[in-house]
Design a protein around this ligand. Sequence first.
Ligand code: OGA
Ligand code: MN
Length: 287
Amino acid sequence: MLIKKLHDNFGVSIQNVTVNSLSSNDKKKIIDLFEEYSLVVIKKQIITEQEQINFTKMFGELETTKPGTLGTNSNLVILTNIDLNGNIVDTSHKQSKNDRANQQWHSDSSFKIKPAQASILSGKQVPSEGGNTEFVSMREVYKNLRKDIKEKVLNLEAIHHFAHSRSKIDIKMVSQIEFKKFPPVIQPMVKTNPKNKKRALYFGSHTAYIKDLPKKESEDLLNYLKKFSSQEKFIYSHKWEQNDLLIWDNRSILHRGTYYNPKEPRYLLRTTVQDNLSKAKYLNLDN
Ligand code: OGA
Ligand code: MN
């Protein structure tokens, strides 16, 4: 296994390994790298959907894809601008809007009562230019926060709501089914990794507001944190090569897609592990 660092304090890439034939030592090594570096890029993995699912199982229990997303009811999320007939969709199409929604900084499934732990994304078809996926280590962000803000966020919780992030793209984007299935949840603003106890700031595009703060104060703090977290120096921007396989830790990392020419095909496949140890709560107790 050839391991290279990708950014100052997070992210590694691995070469000379095939996820279909990992020894138990290799598996342990990859899980250790994931826990320590939050992002693991494995190059040149030509694998089937089922092989990606099998590999994902070593991180935990898989999410079932929600309604309103390509791949619904399976363990796969299909992120693409290609429709079922093989044509590239128009920018007014829901799949194109999904792409744009993913171009906001977020942590996968933070709107769910069981948010995502690992996300595993394979690049099946990637544009020649743009369409990078970008990452920020929220451990680094947390570490670098001003002392008073660091202390403040430690005791705060925030409301995450799927309808909130989608409303920024199109107010009518969320179906009734999605709206009912995903009521607002309360998440801690700082997550602590149960294994190594490292802390990470936790918020993103699904975060609607901070609990128990006046509206203006919540807005100001979220805007400040958003600006602070997305500083150039914190970002690792992944330029896709076909058959890259990326694994990231949603408990300690934010990610977003970036713009690409919507006439170029892009097809990524995601499997997602749910965080069964998460401490999320429903906002409305009747849910
Ligand atoms: C994801 C995601 C961004 C992208 O797979 O969860 O947000 O670059 N992807 O498509
Ligand atoms: Mn995502």
